[in-house]
Design a binder for this molecule. Structure first.
Ligand SMILES: *Cc1c(COP(=O)(O)O)cnc(C)c1O
Ligand SMILES: [Zn+2]
Length: 428
């Protein structure tokens, strides 16, 4: 397979740029996509190549991202910084499926990536691009998972990482990873959106490579979530994908990847995609439901800290993808997120709060008659359960009252006397 010619293209005005220089924005301010020329590509040949790499034991193609290298980033292997990311499991949803009212529900667990979130799929590609462009320093604004991932991949790629995190609540599992991996961590007096604005200026002024999902190569890597789900389903296309939305890069990646497979004839049905936001941080859902122009949310609030974002950078890409696949946007309350999480956890699968928007959203859309209970549905679990143990303990001890969350399905620990009688009473 020859390298497929590609260039960067503005999502807003369509202006094209070649890949010779680092660029995140168009002159018009729009963000950029990596666009490929498929005129000489045989989709069936590509699919056969990917099938032949399935189960590779070592090396580049053992990665669940680089297995699809031709549609990820076709650069010389010497630039590629990989941790054999991807290859995450696709679980039958079990009790979480019953809770959502779906008979045919699968959960793709991206929390099983090397640093515990799907961000690793974008980061392997983004850090490889950084290396390709000769960057020595990389930076990101992060609610936690991006920084944990970037710090790890920067270590492996021999680069310095600089992290901008919002002040206030950031899940401890994530912050501890960033610190442990040695990322220079700057806590900004402001929220994520402030940190995002600052890091863009800093990267521009100080010539540091920016690794937020505004970076088009991050999006390319994250497309592999959808590719891998389809390969796990022997390329049988589900009716729906359900995915949480924060900065809106991941759902943009999902639809972009699906559209490419469709254009190449690798799939011949278009699945619908539902993007789920937390009600306290839902600019896309608001715009979608009210048919109003895009407007940022000023003080985003949610226990699902990974998606506590009021001014998502990829909203235009997100909308474009949703229009292509006849998708929908929904929002879910704090209570709905944590109750769905209780069921994802009790199913024996487990995921962090933001991830469980997929299941909360599934339930809401089934109840509303948008998703048929018989439909084949894949929910994306974006992050690992252990990222945010505070949220779990708070729920099960029913201590989240101040946030308006009740421990509806709580499994509280009990304190007992050390006697057989007490044990009998407690476990009956
Ligand atoms: C980053 C993240 C999200 C949100 O993804 P976006 O691309 O920002 O929409 C959701 N869940 C988890 C666990 C994340 O780390
Ligand atoms: Zn433009």
């Amino acid at each position: 397979m020859n390298v497929i010619p590609s260039h960067l293209e503005c999502v807003r005005c369509g202006k094209q740029y070649d890949l010779s220089k680092v660029r995140y924005n168009c002159d018009c301010g729009g963000i950029l996509d990596l666009v490929r020329d498929f005129s000489k590509v045989d989709g069936q040949e590509l699919k056969a190549l990917w099938e032949s790499r399935w189960g590779t034991k070592r090396g580049l193609y053992s990665s669940g991202v680089w297995r699809y290298k031709e549609l990820i980033l076709d650069i010389d292997e010497k630039y590629i910084v990989s941790r054999q990311e991807g290859n995450t499991r696709l679980y039958p949803a079990g009790k979480a499926g019953e809770y959502a009212g779906l008979k045919n529900f699968f959960l793709k667990h991206e929390g099983e990536n090397p640093t515990g979130s799907f961000k690793d799929r974008g980061m392997t590609c983004g850090v490889s691009a950084a290396k390709y462009y000769g960057a020595q320093q990389v930076a990101c604004a992060s609610t936690g998972n991006t920084s944990a991932s970037m710090a790890s991949y920067a270590d492996i790629g021999g680069m310095r990482s600089i992290i901008f995190i919002p002040e206030g609540k950031i899940a401890y599992g994530k912050l501890s990873q960033a610190l442990a991996f040695g990322g220079r961590t700057l806590q900004i007096k402001g929220n994520f959106d402030d940190a995002m604005e600052l890091v863009q200026n800093v990267c521009h002024e100080l010539n540091i490579y920016l690794l937020n999902s505004i970076n088009p190569f991050r999006i390319e890597g994250q497309k592999a979530i959808g590719f891998e789900v389809l390969q796990q389903l022997d390329w049988e296309v589900p009716d729906w994908f359900i995915i949480p939305g924060g900065n809106l890069g991941n759902n943009s990646a999902l639809t972009k990847g699906l559209e490419e497979l469709y254009k190449l004839g690798i799939i011949n049905k278009i699945p619908r995609v539902a993007v789920i936001q937390a009600a306290g941080a839902a600019p896309l859902a608001k715009m979608w439901k009210n048919h109003t122009p895009y407007e940022r949310v000023m003080n985003p609030e949610t226990i699902a800290t990974a998606i506590k974002i009021g001014n998502p950078i990829s909203w235009e890409k997100s909308l474009r993808g949703l229009k292509w696949c006849n998708g929908v946007v929904e929002d879910v309350t704090e209570q709905e997120i944590m109750d769905a999480k209780a069921w994802v956890d009790a199913a024996g699968i487990g995921a962090e709060p933001a991830s469980c928007c997929s299941v909360a959203g599934a339930k809401k859309l089934v109840d509303a008659g948008v998703i048929d209970p018989e439909a084949k549905v894949v929910g994306i679990l974006t992050g690992n359960m252990l990222k945010d143990p505070d949220a779990i303990i708070g729920y099960h001890k029913d201590e989240l009252g101040a946030l308006g969350i009740r421990g509806t399905y709580a499994n509280a620990p009990v304190v007992i006397e050390p006697t057989l009688e007490a044990v009998k009473a407690a476990i009956k």
